[in-house]
Design a protein around this ligand. Structure first.
Ligand SMILES: Cc1ncc(COP(=O)(O)O)c(C=O)c1O
Length: 356
């Protein structure tokens, strides 16, 4: 299989599966002691690993099922009132945006989506558009660190600084960032950051985590302090130990290579793929390189190609996995460590045959 869709779901290395299975055996030998008590202590070690990866305190991290789960919890913790205003973008994934639409439908909250064009390359222009759209009733800004569509790297630190100056909560959807690019929470300065284990970290499916600053808006910081000063203890509920121990193994795996080396590898393949797809009848939507580029590569195809039919056909008939972006009439490739130039060549050859 040619797998060029880590941005949707990353395949786990064998050692991740082995850690999950070993954890399951451990738990079933002594369910109570290994689920609570010793199990809770072991989860603390995983939060420590995530804290190391994101440069934040483990006491500000909570496990979640996925990014969307975190975004939902964060949106509810804000206790939004009718007339409150949320600023987001028109390039958000449903997983990070459905929660705001829900509050718009059910609580009279106003959600405004700042347009981000596919040709957008100037971080200052994005920040100034957010600044102009702020109102006295703006409660939060919510945006993706890396856009799931064309992979544009958003000016997260600048947007969070703007929010801080205006007394507005900043919530970052890091689904396409963690494990893909270096993420340093202390430099971003956000109030909250949500991420999955199952994309660029190559972790178990259905694992995620969120960071919440201790100085975040009242209510929000309680998400990490449900019972006392610890985010996770024996009374905050039994969670998926297999998944989170597997996530720890995935972080060890990624750390052995190192995020900078991993990013370099993925960006090199991104540029290689960018140059190869110039031979296709497509319109490229992603930056090739520079400070706003990431390894996601999106391109628009002619309207006559039905993307919801094309993607399953590529899997069934060509054993090729890429992402369809029906909302933008495009396709997306994303390369990770296990990919190399021949994977890109094969994908481009198949697409050339199918699209011309
Ligand atoms: C930007 C963004 N946010 C949220 C999600 C949803 O992720 P999860 O499965 O972790 O909820 C995705 C998935 O592709 C995404 O790209």
């Amino acid at each position: 299989m040619t797998y060029l869709n880590t941005a949707s779901v990353g395949p786990s290395p064998k050692e991740v599966l082995e850690k999950m299975v070993a954890t399951w055996h451990l738990i079933e030998r002594s369910p109570v002691a290994e689920s609570y008590a010793r199990g809770t202590e072991r989860l603390d070690e995983i939060r420590q690993k995530i804290g190391g990866l994101l440069n934040c305190d483990k006491e500000d991290l909570v496990f979640t099922g996925c990014t969307s789960d975190a975004m939902n919890r964060l949106s509810f913790a804000l206790s939004l009132q009718p007339g409150d205003h949320i600023l987001s973008t028109d390039q958000e994934h449903d997983g990070g945006h459905n929660c705001w639409k829900f509050h718009a439908r059910s609580h009279g909250v106003e959600v405004e989506d700042i347009p981000i064009g596919f040709d957008e390359r100037d971080p200052r222009a994005i920040i100034s558009r957010f600044a102009q759209a702020m109102r006295p009733k703006t409660r939060a800004i919510s945006f993706s660190h890396v856009l799931y569509t064309n992979g544009l790297r958003m000016p997260a630190a600048g947007l969070c600084e703007l929010a801080r100056r205006r007394g507005v909560v900043s919530i970052v959807d890091g689904a396409q960032a963690v494990g893909n690019i270096a993420v340093d929470i202390s430099r971003i300065g956000c109030d909250a950051y949500a991420a999955p284990g199952h994309k660029w970290l190559l972790g178990p499916k259905g694992t995620g985590f969120m960071y919440v600053s201790r100085t975040a808006a009242p209510g929000l910081e309680l998400l990490t302090r449900l019972t006392d000063t610890k985010p996770q203890n024996d009374s905050t509920g039994l969670i998926n130990h297999m998944g989170f121990q597997g996530l720890g193994a995935a972080i060890d795996y990624v750390n052995r290579i190192g995020i900078p080396a991993l990013e370099r590898h993925n960006l090199r393949l991104h540029a290689y793929a960018y140059d190869r797809i110039q031979s296709l009848p497509v319109e490229v939507l992603s930056p090739r390189d520079g400070s706003v580029a990431t390894p996601l590569l999106a391109f628009k195809v002619a309207d006559k190609f039905e993307i919801p039919k094309l993607i399953p056909a590529l899997l069934a008939e060509e054993n090729l996995v890429i992402k369809g972006l029906p909302k933008v009439g495009g396709l997306r490739l994303s390369c990770h460590l296990f990919n190399s130039e021949p994977d890109v060549d094969r994908a481009v050859a198949i697409l050339k045959r199918r699209l011309t």
